[in-house]
Design a binder for this molecule. Structure first.
Ligand code: DON
Length: 306
């Protein structure tokens, strides 16, 4: 990429190259990731893409799928019906905690695992079978990205081999009457959703789709209504970076979501979609170099919301 923007992005990557943190190892297959990969992409409202670094490298979307599955559930059932099952308050706890509201028994928000497992089951009609629901979610993620997404079956199988904690979380929401089907099916579908393969350009387009009120800048498809995009961006702002959400909001100021494979997606309403990838994570499960690249982008391009 020889545009001035491409050169600027390359420059940022070289200045943010110092790395610490550790790749996730609770999903065995992710522990084998090459920790040196580093990439960034930006998408403008008219669908122009800029990227630098390992922009072709695909990785599993993991938790970055959560706001998009939430969007699909909101589209399919409406905001009020989904709010009855999953709240919108930051939990202040780690992403895999048992963060349930005492009064209602519903998960605190859809960005943490217990909320996202619940949200997965809310995509499509209630009587959809497991495979059809999973296909609907993956197809929906693809509509946000503007292309059909594949699933990394090795990462899926690897996470399923150690999935006890998520299974416990799913069993708790089942016991609370928040989900109605089998916890095993919910966890399998959710884990497959997390294993969808993307690159940083996909993340930038997905972010721009939310930032444009739900319309994909490449395909022109209105994937979700405008009020759904607004709801999702709001929850990303308060809960997207887990227990680092406050630090992120003050330092970067862009609605965002991170994933444990090392991706971060940002979506600034009306302005830009952004994606970064670097596998080493901080103690919150957010990519160390990704956070640094976003801090630079925000400062240099004046992207802070405030
Ligand atoms: O459920 C899990 O633990 C993973 N499939 C996703 C977690 C994740 O990406 C947390 N984010 N940083």
């Amino acid at each position: 990429m020889h545009s001035p923007v491409g050169e600027y992005l390359q420059q940022i990557l070289s200045e943010c190259a110092a790395d610490d943190g550790a790749v996730a190892d609770y999903i065995p297959e992710l522990a084998a990731a090459d920790p040196d990969h580093l990439a960034v992409a930006l998408c403008t409202p008219d669908g122009t893409l800029y990227s630098a670094g390992d922009a072709e490298r695909r990785f599993t979307i993991q938790s970055i799928s959560k706001p998009f599955a939430y969007a699909l559930a909101l589209r399919d059932h409406g905001i009020d019906a989904v709010l009855e099952k999953v709240g919108v308050e930051p939990s202040g706890d780690a992403f895999n905690e048992i963060s349930l509201e005492e009064r209602t028994g519903r998960p605190e928000n859809p960005m943490i695992n217990i909320g996202a497992i619940t949200t997965h089951t809310l995509v499509g009609p209630a009587d959809l079978d497991e495979d059809a629901r999973t296909a609907r979610v993956i197809e929906g993620l693809g509509a946000f990205a503007g292309r059909e997404l594949a699933v990394d079956e090795d990462v899926f199988a690897s996470e399923m081999s150690e999935v006890w904690r998520n299974l416990a979380l799913a069993s708790l929401v089942r016991a609370n009457g928040i989900i109605s089907g089998s916890p095993e099916e919910a966890v399998r579908g959710y884990t497959r959703q997390c294993a969808a393969l993307v690159d940083v350009r996909d993340l930038a387009v997905m972010g721009m789709t939310l930032a444009r009120g739900g319309t994909n800048p490449l395909t022109g498809e209105q994937v979700v209504p405008e009020e759904v995009a607004r709801q999702v961006l709001s929850v990303m702002t308060s809960c997207g970076m887990y227990d680092a959400a406050g630090d992120w909001l003050s330092a970067v100021g862009i609605p965002a979501k991170s994933g444990v494979a090392g991706g971060i997606l940002g979506a600034l309403p009306g302005q830009v979609g952004a994606g970064t990838f670097s596998p080493r994570l901080d103690r919150f499960g957010n990519s160390v170099r990704g956070v640094r690249v976003f801090e630079r982008l925000s400062r240099d391009m004046n992207l802070h919301l405030m």
